[in-house]
Design a protein around this ligand. Structure first.
Ligand code: ME8
Length: 513
């Protein structure tokens, strides 16, 4: 049954989706659609992270029950993704019964394998980041080094997972699999972190302090640390383990027949340690195979500033969607950020990327279709269509290579270059002049057939990133709502198709209009 199983982080059910969440989710959706287009069986997972202190406190602040808040926020995320055409196959919520049962059997298995012990913990805790710090980590002796908020000093009994036992195995795995964490700088970051002795991981919180979580199966007075609970979501949704399975049962020893292991975890660089250190060691602890790849992408800032509620500069993808349409937002985010690196959102860059769609791609489609209508009554001539053959072949080849290596921005940028070349071809061939001269009818046929050929390829390459508009384009080109697969492009014939003009694919928008 195994096909391509890819995941996004499950987002905290405390705030509204913003362009950071949207970016990760668009990237995942683009990859999922690319894989499906290639004929692979795909499982695409996203969802919400609903336990822990952060949720408990946010619910109290809003005078709500935690579950009420989670119900509301899970719906917001789901609605946002539906509006943006996200083709997820499963939306998981960590408060689901099934997930809770699997967290408990995961922990029972670790416990029965002697990998969990009790100890006292003294240290500093950041509620916002849901993590412990030692004194030396703190900024100015009292603030979280990640988010800058004040930490709390606590002393309590915790259960610990013997993470340190797996340090050597993890280092070996990373060294033997150079592409396991991409990009390389993130892999180096993890290897650097692993140069210091790995401590054991606190996996519980006393219920006296935190009620909102999954009770430990072996001590009801403690709940599971939210990160352990959250990471297990990837296994829950893989259907490797049935909720009522005994922890010695098959799923843990042989996940064949399920979606596990994940083909790709897509995350932001902020949660690299949890995914590249906690998660693989926990999996080693229960005996499950490790995910095949982790892509840790970069960070969106707004102008020069960190995006934050307190600065009031959080960019709402739904507001952009309302103004420019979903595909323009998807395009901007995935095309603008070099996969793996940081990027800065500015309204000017957004407009520049939008204009690229309108002036290069949209304009090409509209002028070519209108010439086929005007000069050939809307029927694509059955003529040679290889006027741009070389650049098309090169683009498809590079596109595939970039998609396979997860340089998604590069794949999209390459396709846009092909559209630019096609515009240049129109200028060179001057079809309007060819149309005026009856002796050049064959030339005109060739020009038009070539351009429709190229546009059909563009619709296919850009479909994973912009499914609505490229589906529309494909229909206008007479290829049906689903553009051809990459394999089909090699033998693409466009002669005889009927094309049809429609309203501009990317209407010109005046700033602030
Ligand atoms: O960390 N730039 O959830 P979260 C780029 N629940 N990506 C960003 C971003 C930004 N400015 N801001 C957020 C959690 N993201 C945990 C995850 S997984 C088992 C548990 C994206 O709501 C990016 O993918 O804080 C980042 O890793 C994620 O949102 C964090 O979402």
């Amino acid at each position: 049954m195994k096909g391509y199983y890819l995941t996004t982080p499950i987002y905290y059910a405390t705030g509204e989706p913003h362009i950071g969440h949207a970016y990760t989710t668009f990237l995942a959706d683009t990859i999922a659609r690319y894989r499906r287009q290639a004929g692979e069986k795909v499982r695409f997972l996203t969802g919400t992270d609903e336990h822990g202190q952060k949720i408990q406190e946010e619910a109290a602040r809003r005078d709500m029950e935690p579950l009420e808040l989670c119900d509301q926020m899970a719906e917001r995320f789901r609605a946002a993704w539906d509006r943006m055409d996200i083709s997820y196959d499963r939306f998981i919520r960590t408060t689901e019964q099934e997930h809770v049962a699997i967290v408990r059997s995961f922990l029972t298995r670790l416990h029965e394998r002697g990998l969990i012990y009790e100890d006292f913990y003294t240290g500093w805790y950041c509620v916002h980041e849901e993590r412990y710090w030692t004194k030396k980590d703190l900024v100015d002796g009292e603030n979280c080094p990640d988010c800058g908020r004040p930490v709390r000093e606590i002393e309590e009994k915790n259960y610990f997972f013997r993470m340190s036992r797996f340090q050597a195995d993890l280092i070996r795995h990373i060294e033997e699999n150079p592409d396991w964490i991409v990009p390389e700088m993130r892999r180096n970051e993890v290897l650097g972190f692993l140069q210091n002795p790995l401590s054991d991981l606190s996996i519980s919180r006393p219920r006296t302090r935190l009620k909102w979580g999954v009770p430990l199966p072996f001590d009801q007075d403690h709940v599971t640390y939210v990160w352990v609970d959250a990471l297990i979501n990837y296994v829950t949704a893989s259907e490797a383990i049935t909720p009522d399975a005994h922890p010695d049962e098959q799923g843990f020893t042989d996940p064949a027949g399920s979606w596990w292991p994940a083909s790709l975890h897509i995350i932001g660089k902020d949660i690299l340690t949890t995914h590249a250190v906690y998660w693989p060691t926990l999996l080693m602890g229960v005996g499950l195979p490790l995910p095949e790849k982790i892509l840790a992408h970069g960070w969106w800032v707004v102008g020069e500033a960190k995006m934050s509620k307190s600065l009031g500069n959080v960019v709402d993808p739904l507001a952009l969607e309302e103004e420019f349409g979903k595909d323009a937002v998807r395009w901007y985010l995935v095309r603008e950020m070099p996969t793996g690196h940081d990027a800065s959102y500015t309204p000017e860059r957004f407009l520049a990327r939008y204009e690229e769609l309108a002036n290069i791609l949209g304009n090409l489609a509209s002028r070519v279709i209108s010439m086929v209508e005007r000069y050939r009554e809307g029927i694509v001539p059955s003529a040679r269509a290889d006027g741009l053959h070389e650049v098309e072949a090169r683009t498809v080849h590079r596109y595939e290579d970039a998609m396979e290596s997860l340089r998604i921005h590069e794949a999209l940028g390459g396709a846009m270059e092909l559209a630019r070349e096609a515009n240049g071809y129109v200028e060179n061939r001057e079809p309007w002049a060819q149309a005026k001269d009856p002796t050049r009818a064959d030339d005109l046929d060739e020009t038009l057939a070539t351009l429709i050929h190229t546009l059909t390829i563009l619709a296919a390459l850009l479909f994973p990133a912009m499914p609505t508009k490229m589906g529309e384009l494909s229909e206008r080109l007479g290829s049906g709502a689903a553009p051809p697969t990459l394999a089909e492009l090699a033998t693409l014939e466009v002669g005889g198709r009927t094309v049809q003009q429609g309203p501009p694919l990317f209407p010109r928008v005046l700033p602030g209009s």
